[in-house]
Ligand binder design. Structure first.
Ligand code: ATP
Length: 361
């Protein structure tokens, strides 16, 4: 049974529908992420799960029990906010012990749980420090400790890493993964950063304008996006307008506007004549010298328009014969890749017949 279930949840603000008939199930022990651009309804969903806001329609179930109208303090749910919201006049240990005191637990239980939590968030040596004496990352860990000390069924995290600089953010991402694995509590994480969602989550729900577009594991979301929106929002991708020429069992042929026909992976449920986009990741493209023999079935001439040297990789922007700009990402250390191209070079851009995905309109 799912720990958390949203059934047809809707939230309106006046005429505006912020969350539109969403249904989701989140399993015990999952690191589940709500990912989407600003304003798509992520925080509104989190607030309804916590009980700070009520749906206009639908139900919220925790361990199968309807909690739609249960007040926040009666739900086994804690939230970590981006702002940490620590009590400045309390020490680290007092902040972490606070929810346990609110639950009126016996003092030896409070002492034991506080100690265990301090160890979990690696702050035992900072127990008597005040929040102002800590770094941003340490304050973040206090906020996590305070939310976890009472062993909630669900931990909600609303963009908790957004205020941190890139290096600290990466460190905290690893800490979050380890912490979630160690405590085994179900995390519902909100972010608009797709790289963060891919790095942290067991599953991701991609949201757009109050709707869920796709729920999947990170690798499926990246490798098999089901819509143009998901393909474009999660990672970089090239999209070429295409029409289905032949859709047979085991293979598909597409006509790409201005280029010609390509072999593509099979797509179910489409027929010849269907329009859509052929989407392919920059790292799935190969670049070779124009006119040189290639084993790739799909290859087209183009001219390098720009290149961005990034140390480990180079990103080539190539103008194809059909006029489309396409982005290819090549590792600089790949064996046998002595060939580097420069702006203005005539090249051949190719890809394997099993690479890319056709996205029906
Ligand atoms: P962000 O990443 O910017 O926090 P979000 O995806 O979390 O965005 P929400 O905060 O859930 O988005 O807001 C969804 C939409 O609902 C937004 O357009 C927002 O303006 C609107 N909204 C949220 N709360 C209210 C409110 N109390 N009154 C009116 N409109 C609201």
């Amino acid at each position: 049974m799912a720990v958390l279930e949203l059934r047809n949840v809707t939230r309106r603000f006046g005429d505006f529908v912020a969350v539109d008939n969403i249904s989701l199930g989140i399993e015990a022990g999952e690191f589940f992420t709500l990912l989407g651009p600003s304003g798509c309804g992520k925080t509104t969903i989190l607030r309804m799960i916590a009980g700070f806001d009520l749906p206009d329609a639908g139900q919220i179930l925790l361990d199968g029990k309807d909690v739609t109208d249960t007040p926040p303090e009666k739900r086994p749910v804690r939230t970590v906010f981006q702002s940490y919201a620590l009590f400045p006049h309390m020490t680290v240990a007092q902040n972490i012990a606070f929810p346990l005191k609110m639950e009126r637990l016996p003092s030896d239980t409070i002492r034991r749980r506080t100690q265990e939590t301090l160890e979990q968030v690696r702050l035992t040596d900072k127990a008597n420090f005040y929040p102002r004496e800590l770094s941003g990352g340490q304050q973040q860990r206090v906020a996590l400790g305070r939310a976890l000390s009472s062993c909630p069924r669900l931990l909600l995290l609303d963009e908790p890493l957004a205020a941190l600089d890139a290096k600290l953010r990466e460190e905290m991402q690893i800490e979050l993964i380890n912490l979630q694995r160690d405590v085994g509590i179900t995390f519902v994480f909100v972010t608009h950063a797709q790289d963060e969602a891919l790095a942290l989550s067991h599953r991701i729900a991609v949201m757009r304008q109050g709707h869920v577009e796709q729920v999947d594991e990170p690798s499926k979301l990246y490798g098999s996006p089901k819509s143009r929106f998901v393909a474009g929002f999660v990672g970089h991708i090239n999209m070429l307008e295409a029409e289905v020429v032949e859709a047979a069992h085991g293979h598909t042929r597409l006509a790409i506007a201005g280029l010609g026909e390509v072999a593509a992976p099979p797509v179910t449920g489409i027929e010849a004549g269907a329009n859509g986009a052929f989407a392919i990741r920059p790292e799935q493209l190969h670049i070779g010298i124009h006119g040189e023999a290639t084993e790739l079935k799909n290859h087209f001439p183009g001219v390098v328009s720009n290149l961005l040297y990034c140390g480990d990789v180079t990103v080539y922007k190539v103008k194809l014969a059909g006029g489309q700009m396409i982005e290819a990402l090549l590792p600089n250390s790949a064996p046998g890749r002595a060939q580097f191209f420069k702006a203005g070079d005539a090249v051949s851009v190719g890809w394997r017949h099993d690479a890319g995905v056709f996205l029906h309109e």
